[in-house]
Design a protein around this ligand. Structure first.
Ligand code: HEM
Length: 175
């Protein structure tokens, strides 16, 4: 599982579309102890294929697996959401400032916000992002997503209507 621990950002996106997720990870290769270059994408692909083969399953099964909480290899589980209200910004790289933004379609999420403010925003559930200590930018000066700063992925629940989204947020406040 060495490659997995080095590339959790990639694997976290795997569940919907493996090839796209691997590209999105933008971690093309690593160097092993002997100085040999190894394709991380290939390594991950192999691990996942092996994982699915071992279980005699197809890619669709991984998503179902995640839902029942017994995922046992190849990809990682999202952490339990207990106390999620207190841990903004969200996702593994802190690229989503609050729970309301997480419920938005990935391409509609805010791409620039302040971090480091202790003022809690109980409506959107996160910290006030209008001022802070430093700015988080998803995009670089070329307007493209910076490697490691992507706020894409995790589109679960983003097709709900506004009322349903607020209901999910209200529920998450209770965890
Ligand atoms: C409406 C349904 C869902 C809601 C409200 C939800 C909520 C969340 C929240 C709030 C986080 C952020 C955790 C954090 O930053 O510490 C998260 C992360 C995550 N969730 Fe979900 N989730 C949903 C569905 C799913 C499903 C169906 C899966 C798997 C098939 C999943 C897998 C993950 C993973 C892997 C992460 C970690 C992503 C990362 O850190 O980049 N989620 N989820």
């Amino acid at each position: 599982m060495r490659a997995i621990s080095q590339s959790t950002g990639v694997v976290g996106l795997v569940l919907n579309d493996l090839p796209l997720a691997l590209k999105a990870g933008n971690i093309p290769e690593r160097t092993d102890a002997n100085g040999n270059k190894i394709s991380v994408v290939k390594e991950l692909e192999n691990l996942l294929i092996q994982h699915l083969k071992n279980r005699g399953e197809t890619a669709d099964a991984v998503e179902a697996d995640c839902a029942d909480g017994v995922l046992d290899g190849g990809v990682y589980k999202g952490r339990p959401l207990n106390g999620i209200w207190a841990t903004a910004p969200y996702l593994h790289n802190g690229s989503v400032p609050n729970l309301y933004e997480l419920m938005k379609k990935p391409e509609q999420r805010v791409t620039e916000f302040w971090v480091g403010n202790r003022e809690f925003d109980p409506i959107h559930v996160g910290f006030d992002t209008t001022t802070g200590l430093s700015k988080f930018n998803v995009n670089g000066s070329d307007g493209k997503i910076m490697p490691g700063n992507s706020n894409r992925g995790h589109s679960y629940g983003t097709n709900l209507n506004e009322e349903q989204k607020w209901q999910v947020i209200e529920y998450m406040k209770t965890l």
